[in-house]
Design a protein. Structure first.
Length: 273
């Protein structure tokens, strides 16, 4: 990736991986609006129009070919900004703000609705067709720096940091948008925060993050919702936390993050088949 950074977010549109925002210094004194696009077919990066509100520790989701950047933090404090990127025109537009400004949240998409989860216990749902937000049932366990993934229309919130417990979490909660309810699932084997998650096939991959120090993990653990069972898979070559990860085609791509105080621009691809 051209710009080494962490606390970024990402989305995949038509097979292209878009890395957005984050920080290029460890103190986050310079929040970024930087957008860089990776084409797996050519293994090349290109620079795109920057996000209007530079920020870090935000979340992104894709609906109908549009990437939505939600919440986060910058030098002005917590952000409720919501901005939408259209790659067909390389332009950004401002959308209705997040009801509760907050960083360290995660986003999942169910049936064209974008769910902003965590950064606390809050859960808010955004409908791009009406540009409106609705408040939904909160998480059972408040958490920041979590990861989410959607499998068969169910959103899974995985890990994160509990300020109440003062430790990383391994708890997993599943959200049913039809009933607006959360249920507990089998815990992840490794407690961690600042991890990333991505879905491939019918499995959720929880990767990297931090357990009990500033040293990130290589750990890859896979959740099968059909059996409610976790298994361990091949570890990531470069341990990292606060990175971005998305699925494109039959591979999962891990981009950026940090390792022992060093910001990363490395990209690694995982093919589980």
């Amino acid at each position: 990736m051209p710009t080494a950074r962490y606390l970024l977010s990402a989305g995949v549109i038509n097979g292209i991986f878009y890395a957005v925002g984050g920080c290029d210094d460890y103190a986050c004194s310079n929040p970024l609006g930087t957008v860089e696009a990776y084409n797996p077919a050519s293994n090349t990066w290109t620079t795109k129009a920057p996000m209007p509100t530079p920020r870090y520790a935000f979340a992104a989701g894709v609906v109908n070919g549009i990437l939505y950047a939600v919440g986060g933090q910058n030098n002005s404090g917590f952000s409720n900004a919501v901005e939408a990127y259209d790659p067909s025109t390389d332009t950004w537009t401002t959308k209705s703000p997040l009801p509760t400004a907050r960083p360290s949240l995660a986003v999942g998409v169910i049936n064209g609705i974008l769910y902003a989860v965590g950064g606390g216990a809050e859960v808010d749902a955004y409908d791009p067709t009406t540009d409106t937000w609705a408040i939904k049932a909160p998480l059972l366990t408040a958490r920041t720096a979590l990861a989410v993934g959607v499998v068969n229309g169910i959103l899974y919130a995985v890990g994160g940091w509990s300020s109440i417990q003062g430790r990383p979490l391994n708890s997993v909660e599943a959200y049913n948008s039809e009933t607006d309810t959360w249920t507990k699932k089998a815990p992840m084997p490794t407690r961690r925060y600042d991890l990333s998650a991505s879905v491939l096939g019918r499995s959720l991959y929880a990767v990297g993050g931090i357990h009990n120090s500033t040293s990130p993990l290589h750990t890859v653990e896979v959740y099968d919702p059909s059996t409610n069972v976790w298994t361990t898979d091949t570890p990531m070559p470069k341990a990292r936390g606060a990175f971005a990860m998305r699925t494109s085609g039959l591979r999962i791509y891990a981009v950026g993050g940090f390792n022992n105080g060093n910001l990363l621009n490395t990209v690694e691809a995982f093919n589980p088949l």
